[in-house]
Write a new protein. Structure first.
Length: 501
C-alpha cells in the first residue's frame, strides 16, 4: 500500500481501537495526520556523536508500506531479534491490519509469527521514535514518501533506507534529508515473496544467499550487527541472505535488473497496441515473464549491451570500483538462479523458463473489447522514470561534460514509448528536458559525475582523497577513492570542470 499524503483520514479525536485476543504488549492504533503538530526530535547537542553504533540495546524500526516485502518484514523482525527490535508500521490503510501478529511461511513449510507494536497512518506518531525507517513500497513513490517523513526525521538519531533501491536513490536521500543522513540501500529485495492475506499472512518463495547493500554515514559493523539480522531466514537453519557491503552506489545505479527487464518485456507484450484494445491472437500473455518471446529477448539484450557500455564509460571516467560488481544480465541470471533456469540458450529463454519468475502476471486492464496496458502499474512507472531516465541522464552528462558518447538508442526508444503510454514528457527531441523531469531524480547539468557513485560531501564522514587528472580536461579519469572505515564522501568536481558544463 503506497503512502500518499492525500489519503490520510481527516482529523478525529484520537482513540485506540478495541482489540480482541491480542497480546498485551501489542497495541494497535489508527491515528490522524491532519491537525497533528509535532516538534522535531533532537538528539543532544550539535557536537554529539550520532547514535548509530553497534549496540545490544533495544531498537525501534518503522516499516513504511504494506506490500509483499512489508508483510514479510513485519513477520520476521520480532523473532529474528528475539524481541530486541520493536516493529512499527506506517501505512495509509491501518484498518487492514486488525491482526498485529502477522505470519510468514518459509519454503520448507515452517511458520514464523511477528509482532507489530504500533500501527499508524501518521508519520508524526512513529518516525520521531524510530531508530530505523525502512521504505518497502514502489520506487516511483520514494520521493513522495521521503518528503512526507522529512519533517519528523532526526538524521542524528534515525537511519533511513529502502528495501529495494533503483536509480539515484542515494542522491534523493541526500537532497531530501541533507548530506549527513544515515542512509542504506539494498540492491535487491532479500527474498522472493508474496502476500497471501492482507494484514495477516505472507510467504517466502525463496531466500537469496546474499544481497548487496550500500550506505551513507553508517559503519559497516552496524550493517552486520543491526541490519542484516532483520531479514535473514534463520528459522530454516540458514543465515541468509548475508549482506555484502558494496564499495559505492554503482551496483544499484547500473543494476541489470528490473530497469531493463520490464521495459523490454512490457513493450514486447504490447508492441501491437495502437490505442485500441488488443484481443484474439494479439492479446498479450497473462504471464509477465513466462514464455518471453525472442523479440522481447533481443530488445532486452540490446538494453543490457547499452547499460554495460554506459557503465564501462563511467568506470573509465571515474574509476568507481562499484562498476566491477556490475556484470552482464545473462551472467547475473545464471549465477543468481542457476538450475531454476530450464533453458539458457537465449536471453528470452533464460527469463522465460526461470521458475523464480514464473508466477508473475502481466499488469493490464481488461475491457469488453480486449485488454490495454496499465499505465499506472509499477512495472511501467518505476523502471522508466527511475530506471532508464536516470541512466540516460548519466549518458548526457558524460557527453556534455567530457565529450564521451555512449549508445542509448534502445533506452530512448523505450522511454518515448512508455512516456506516451503514461501521458508523461521526459524526452523532448531526444533530450531529457521534458516537463515531467522535475518529478525524477536525475544527474542534472552542473552535478559532478562522482555523485553517481558517491554521496555528496558530508561533514560527519571522512573526506575522500581525490587524485585528479593533471591535464584538467577530465578530473574524474583514473580517480582513486581512498575511504576510511565509515561510509564515504567525495569532494565536488573542480570549478574548472564545472565551468565546462
Amino acid at each position: 500500500q503506497v503512502l500518499r499524503a492525500p489519503v490520510f483520514p481527516p482529523a478525529v479525536p484520537f482513540a485506540p481501537l478495541a482489540l480482541e485476543a491480542k497480546p498485551a504488549s501489542c497495541t494497535h492504533f489508527t491515528m490522524n495526520r491532519v491537525g497533528v503538530i509535532t516538534k522535531h526530535v533532537t538528539a543532544g547537542s550539535a557536537g554529539q556523536t550520532p547514535n548509530l553504533e553497534c549496540s545490544a540495546g533495544e531498537l525501534t524500526i518503522t516499516i513504511i508500506g504494506s506490500g509483499n516485502s512489508g508483510h514479510v518484514c513485519a513477520a520476521l523482525i520480532e523473532g529474528n531479534t528475539k524481541g530486541r527490535v520493536k516493529t512499527q508500521l506506517l501505512t495509509s490503510n491501518p484498518s487492514a491490519w486488525t491482526n498485529c501478529c502477522p505470519r510468514v511461511t518459509f519454503p520448507n513449510g515452517d511458520v514464523q509469527v511477528g509482532r507489530i507494536h504500533k500501527i499508524s497512518s501518521d508519520p508524526a506518531e512513529l518516525i520521531p521514535h524510530s531508530d530505523i525507517v525502512l521504505w518497502t513500497g514502489p520506487v516511483t513513490s520514494t520521493m513522495e514518501v521521503f518528503e512526507t517523513i522529512r519533517p519528523y526525521l532526526n538524521t542524528r538519531k534515525t537511519a533511513v533506507g529502502t528495501i529495494f533501491a533503483q536509480g539515484l536513490s542515494h542522491l534523493l536521500a541526500a537532497r531530501t534529508f541533507g548530506p549527513d543522513v544515515r542512509f542504506f540501500a539494498l540492491r535487491n529485495i532479500p527474498w522472493l515473496c508474496r502476500m497471501v492475506k492482507k494484514g495477516e499472512e505472507s510467504v517466502i518463495v525463496g531466500a537469496k544467499t546474499s544481497i548487496g547493500v550500500m550506505t551513507m554515514n553508517i559503519e559497516p559493523a552496524w550493517v552486520k550487527s543491526e541490519l542484516e539480522p532483520l531479514f535473514v531466514v534463520q528459522k530454516t537453519g540458514k543465515w541468509e541472505p548475508v549482506m555484502d557491503i558494496m564499495p559505492d552506489f554503482c551496483p544499484v545505479v547500473f543494476n541489470p535488473a528490473n530497469q531493463i527487464i520490464h521495459p523490454a518485456r512490457y513493450w514486447g507484450l504490447f508492441r501491437k497496441w495502437t490505442g485500441a484494445p488488443l484481443s484474439g491472437d494479439d492479446e498479450p500473455s497473462e504471464w509477465l515473464y513466462r514464455g518471453m518471446d525472442e523479440v522481447s529477448g533481443q530488445v532486452l539484450s540490446v538494453l543490457d549491451e547499452e547499460l554495460q557500455s554506459l557503465k564501462d564509460a563511467y568506470y573509465e571516467a571515474t574509476g568507481a570500483e562499484g562498476c566491477r560488481e556490475v556484470i552482464p544480465l545473462a551472467e547475473r541470471l545464471k549465477i543468481q538462479y542457476g538450475d531454476q533456469i530450464e533453458d539458457d540458450s537465449t536471453m528470452a529463454k533464460m527469463v522465460g523458463t526461470n521458475k523464480a519468475y514464473s508466477l508473475a502476471k502481466t499488469p493490464m486492464i481488461r475491457t469488453a473489447r480486449g485488454v490495454i496496458p496499465d499505465p499506472n502499474h509499477r512495472v511501467v512507472t518505476d523502471d522508466i522514470g527511475w530506471g532508464l531516465c536516470a541512466l540516460v541522464s548519466i549518458a548526457e552528462r558524460l557527453e556534455e561534460d567530457l565529450g564521451v558518447k555512449t549508445p542509448t538508442t534502445m533506452m530512448r526508444m523505450l522511454i518515448e514509448w512508455h512516456q506516451d503510454l503514461m501521458g508523461k514528457e521526459f524526452l523532448v527531441n531526444g533530450r531529457l528536458c521534458g516537463r515531467d523531469c522535475a518529478d525524477l531524480v536525475l544527474l542534472r547539468p552542473g552535478d559532478g559525475l562522482e555523485l553517481v557513485a558517491l554521496p555528496p560531501h558530508s561533514t560527519s564522514a571522512p573526506s575522500a582523497k581525490v587524485a585528479g587528472d593533471p591535464t584538467g580536461r577530465n578530473p574524474s579519469a583514473g580517480r582513486q577513492f581512498e575511504v576510511g572505515d565509515s561510509s564515504f564522501s567525495v569532494l565536488p568536481l573542480s570549478a574548472a570542470h564545472r565551468s565546462r558544463a
